[in-house]
Design a protein around this ligand. Structure first.
Ligand SMILES: Cc1cc2nc3c(=O)[nH]c(=O)nc-3n(C[C@H](O)[C@H](O)[C@H](O)COP(=O)(O)OP(=O)(O)OC[C@H]3O[C@@H](n4cnc5c(N)ncnc54)[C@H](O)[C@@H]3O)c2cc1C
Length: 331
């Protein structure tokens, strides 16, 4: 915590922007001149029937649960044959790559241990395609081919029956009619549906999707000029990542200082985000792009290819960069 910051260790229960105050869950009101909202994203485990009850057992795992993430590797390590399902929900998520990078890692693990041809890997996604940028998608489609991964799109996970190892997906058929499919799994990695936190989505700060309604370039609220937002809670049409926040933070700070001085907001965020997609052991594709889905790459080579150098960057350099440079705000 930086010096001079008074850290109030209490949950915010309600936002009252017309009164310039937030109400804490002990009913204390805290007033402000300027407010920065950065409360992250909410994991809605309960939106999939049966999921909470079975998570961490019956082959149901998720890297989105701190407590249950180690069980993911247990499931992968113990699987010698059968169906391995990897799910991506129909909502925005934090780290769009996370639901599939675990699948590519699992496929490579199965290959290394000689069981890939006995395992039927399936990707069930609420999205419409594998990745929104064609060059990156091309590489990932090749990775799927290499892992014999079956792809299913437009599919919403509705229910998990842990004890009988079945998952119910609802998709849309060619005539736009809902089609229900029960799939048997031996393991399933679930990414929970996600939303803005309830205290934001039920507040006057929310846009129609529930996120903090900020201008996508200045990060200033569109109705309350003394409020700014960044990170996963902000209504920014880009992939929600820590890498994106690294570029948003300096813009927000510059514009907040300008607002305090009563001068024009000059800094602009272009939607930059980055997704280090692990595609196997020692292999990574470093996707970097902006609001227009234009590639915004850091290195002077084609980053749409899988590379060991990008794996080394993720494994050895980024953790140091995060703690030593990004958190103190110097990178
Ligand atoms: C499995 C996984 C892999 C990922 N991989 C990557 C990656 O490789 N690269 C990358 O850049 N990003 C990655 N991400 C995404 C990244 O972690 C998030 O985008 C980032 O942490 C979001 O930061 P944030 O500050 O907006 O929210 P958070 O880090 O979630 O912080 C929000 C804070 O707000 C607090 N809060 C929430 N509600 C309240 C309340 N009512 N009152 C008071 N405080 C509250 C929370 O306690 C928390 O401290 C990954 C995420 C996951 C889950």
């Amino acid at each position: 915590m930086p010096k001079g910051v008074h850290w109030i260790q209490q949950r915010v229960d309600r936002l009252e922007p017309d009164q310039n105050q937030v109400i804490l869950d002990n009913r204390t009101a805290v007033s402000y001149d300027y407010l920065v909202v950065a409360a992250g994203i909410q994991l809605n485990w309960k939106d999939v029937k049966g999921l909470k009850e079975t998570l961490g057992k019956n082959g149901v795992c998720s890297n989105y649960s701190f407590e249950h993430a180690p069980y993911t590797f247990e499931c992968i390590r113990n699987l010698k044959a059968g169906n391995a399902i990897f799910h991506n929900p129909h909502t925005p998520v934090k780290c769009g790559g996370a639901p599939h990078k675990i699948m590519y890692m699992a496929a490579d693990y199965f290959r290394k241990h000689g069981v890939l041809n006995k395992i039927n890997i399936q990707y069930w996604s609420g999205g419409t395609r594998l990745f929104s940028i064609p060059d990156y998608e091309k590489t990932l489609l090749e990775v799927c081919k290499r892992g014999n991964i079956d792809l299913h799109f437009y599919q919403k996970l509705e229910e998990i029956d842990g004890p009988s190892k079945r998952a119910k997906f609802v998709g849309f058929g060619p005539d736009n009619k809902e089609v229900e499919t029960w799939v048997h799994f031996d393991m399933i990695h679930v990414t929970p549906p996600q939303s803005a936190p309830d205290f934001i989505r039920h507040s006057p700060l929310a846009n129609s999707g529930g996120w903090v309604d900020v201008d996508k370039h200045s990060l200033q609220h569109v109705r309350y000029p003394n409020i700014f937002s960044l990170g996963d809670s902000a209504g920014l049409p880009t992939s929600k990542t820590g890498a994106a926040i690294r570029k948003q933070a300096p813009v927000l700070v510059e514009n907040l200082l300008a607002a305090m001085k009563g001068i024009a907001l000059a800094a602009s965020y272009d939607g930059y985000t980055s997704c280090p997609v692990l595609t196997g052991y020692g292999k990574l594709m470093l996707a970097e792009f902006d609001y227009n889905n234009q590639r915004k790459e850091t290195f002077p080579f084609d980053q749409s290819k899988e590379r060991w150098s990008m794996y080394a960057l993720k494994r050895y350099v980024l953790p140091w960069l995060y703690w030593a440079k990004i958190l103190p705000g110097t990178a």
